[in-house]
Design a protein around this ligand. Sequence first.
Ligand SMILES: *Cc1c(COP(=O)(O)O)cnc(C)c1O
Length: 282
Amino acid sequence: MLISAQGMSLPGFKPTELLKLIKALCTTDGPKWLPADDTGKFLYIRPTLIGTEAGLGLRKPRKALLFIIIACFPEAEETPKGLSLLANEADMARSWPGGPGSLKTGANYGPILMAQEYAKSRGSSQMLWLVDRGNNQQELTELGSSNIFVVWRTPEGVLEILTPTLEGRLILAGITRRSVLEIVHQRVHERHPVVEGLKIVERRVYMHELVEASDQGRLLEAFTCGTAVFIAPISTINYRGKEYNIPTAEGSMRPFAQHVKSWLRNIFLGDEHHDWGHIVDG
Ligand SMILES: *Cc1c(COP(=O)(O)O)cnc(C)c1O
């Protein structure tokens, strides 16, 4: 949030102070929405920052309002079939080199809502945003409000979990993306059987690599992640008029995404004590 605030020319703030405010709000409102005898529910916390300086002049605001919305989310329903994605054509873009695509700002959502509606009208659940790099190279980025992971075997046979790099600032550095990476790194370090032989890779990923992997049966799984969607499997990608099916194990999640989901869920529901958890009274 601080990075995005600075990227949008808004004043900065101390993250530790924001955490205090979030905790205070959760202490006050938490028990009402999350009664102790009804476990497994959660609140969606959205801190927001807007410039509030009066005047029409175009300059960096010296005054801003930081407020926090919390909403009670119903337990996210398992997407039974997985998401179907529609990849954008080369004449559209959500982000571009040097642009604001890596910032969490409302200004990045507005322009993609039309594409989102178009995807829905074509029977897809969401857009998959690619950046055209010329020479027939389309770089994989994200879904516009959530990040993407792919599990595949490389042509050399190595099992990899792969996600687009933050370098180049084409994608939002989602906290869920980071949590997935860190928890998988942790499990690899612990030699957990689920991640046996798994290599974790962050790099530029191109659509032609996914197409090739799909054609050769090396594409094992894909999923998206973000605070709102949490972790959801991806079942198809429509790219240049062709549907690429991604195995999703009989309409449910493949084991890997399912494991990651339960590891993270245990932390955020407080079943596992972890550095990422903050206990509030109430
Ligand atoms: C919010 C968002 C995500 C996911 O980020 P989280 O911090 O995991 O919620 C990914 N991409 C974009 C563009 C977003 O706005």
